[in-house]
Write a protein that binds this ligand. Sequence first.
Ligand SMILES: C[S@@+](CC[C@H](N)C(=O)[O-])C[C@H]1O[C@@H](n2cnc3c(N)ncnc32)[C@H](O)[C@@H]1O
Length: 288
Amino acid sequence: MLSEVVKHLAVKPGGIYIDCTLGGAGYTLELAKRVGPKGRVLALDMDIAAISNAKEKIAKQAIENVILVQENFKNIAPVFHEYFKKEELVDGIVFDLGLSSFQLSDKKRSFSFQNDVPLDMAFGKKAEKQTVEIINNYKLLDLTEIFREYGEEKNAYKIAKAIVLERKKRKIETTQDLVDIIVKQYPKRAYYKIHPATKVFQALRIETNQEFNNLKTALADISKILKFKGRIVVVSFHSGEDRIVKQFFKNNEEIMPIVKKPVVASENEVASNPRARSAKLRSGIKVV
Ligand SMILES: C[S@@+](CC[C@H](N)C(=O)[O-])C[C@H]1O[C@@H](n2cnc3c(N)ncnc32)[C@H](O)[C@@H]1O
C-alpha cells in the first residue's frame, strides 16, 4: 500500500512525519526521501530488531533525517514532544498495523506455528502481557472471547476448553504444545484453506500486545500533535481494527475522513504480497 499511503499523506518536502510502525522501514525510507534534507521522519517500533535493521539501512543510504525510537505508539504524543520543539506540529502520521513479514519469518520467534519455540508473541520487551501467562492462566470464558473476537475463530470455545483441560496436566509452553491441542479440535482432513492454528495465534498476538487498546489510545492523542490540514493514514488488517478507525473518524470533530470507503490493495499488489488481501486503508485530514 506504499503508493496509496504516500498519496493519502500528500507528503510535502520539508515536512514532519511520523511512521508509528517502522517494521522493515519501507514507509520510513520513502517518507525520508520525499521530505528531503529539510524534513524529518520520526519512526517508532516496539521491536528492537526493527530498529536495528532500520539503523543499518539508514547508515548504508546515508539518510540523516530519520529519528528511530523503540517505543509503543500509544505514547505517540509524549515521544513526539521529547524529540521536537514545543511549537512544532506534525504534517502526517501513518500506522501500518500488525505484524511485519520480518517478524513472521523469524524462526526464533513464536509468531508462526511453524517454528517450535517458547510461546512469546510480544513485539518488544515492554509488551503489556505474556503469551504463556494468557494461555496458562486466563479463565475459560476469557480465552474463548479473545479467540472469538481477535481470531474470529469458529471453534473458540472448543479450543479454549481443550487448553484448560490440558493445562491441568502440564504447563503449555511452546508453539508445538499449543498447535497439538488446536489441531485435535479440528476434524481430520487432508487439506485446510489455512492452518487450524492460524486464528488462535493471531488472537494471542493481539491480546499479548494489547493491539486494539494501543490503537485507541494513540488515535485519541493524534489531534494534539497534528497540524491544521495535517493528515493521518491507517492501514489495518483486521476487521476489529478497521472498526476502531472508522469509529474514530465518525466521532472526531477535528479530523475528517478523506474518502468514505476504505481503500483496498490492487490485484497486482495482492499477487505479489498475499497479506495485502485483507488490508484496508483509511485516511483523514485535520480541519480545525
Ligand atoms: C506491518 S509492520 C510495518 C511494516 C512497515 N510499514 C514497512 O514498510 O516495512 C508493523 C510493525 O509495527 C510494530 N508495532 C505494532 N504495534 C506497535 C505499537 N503499539 N507500537 C510500536 N510499534 C508497533 C510491529 O512491531 C511491526 O514491526
